[in-house]
Design a protein around this ligand. Structure first.
Ligand SMILES: [Zn+2]
Length: 152
């Protein structure tokens, strides 16, 4: 059964009272905190280079953010996009906002294909989970190549 088919649970998650992110005060796997969002990177992500930008404000839909917050969220998204592109040498990034199972605004960043140069660009290897430690990988991602405006 999909989460949204359980009306009571879905309503509580959408309101924030049962939102896993709000209940924890932050998402899992945070590697950086930006103006309006957290940057997360899972140790065992489904695909190499996967990053998620999570709003620090509970909202289900993008239009629920105040205009200035939405603009700042997009500014954060641009920073992640630029950083991820530089760190991986990806030929293209995909951006996805779903929230079907977790109705707290978040944006997925996905590298397009292995044609992006997984073998050609050594930096992506460092972002490939299972090599080195996640802590080392995320620290390097944050401090050296991606988010010089913040510290881990
Ligand atoms: Zn929430």
């Amino acid at each position: 059964m999909s989460t949204w088919n359980d009306h009571e649970r879905w309503t509580a998650m959408c309101s924030g009272t049962a939102c896993p992110i709000c209940c924890r005060k932050e998402p899992l796997d945070v590697i950086a905190t930006l103006e309006t969002s957290w940057v997360t990177m899972q140790e065992f992500a489904p695909v190499p280079g996967y990053v998620c930008l999570v709003s620090r404000t509970h909202a289900v839909e993008l239009h629920e953010l105040a205009e200035q917050v939405a603009v700042a969220f997009m500014r954060d998204a641009q920073k992640v996009s630029k950083a991820l592109s530089a760190a991986t040498g990806a030929v293209k990034l995909n951006y996805e906002i779903h929230g079907n199972s977790l109705p707290h605004l978040h944006m997925h960043f996905l590298l397009v294909t292995e044609v992006i140069g997984l073998r050609a660009n050594p930096s992506i290897q460092r972002l490939s989970w299972g090599q080195g430690t996640h802590r080392e990988n995320s620290r390097e991602f944050v401090t050296h190549s991606c988010f010089p405006w913040t510290s881990p």
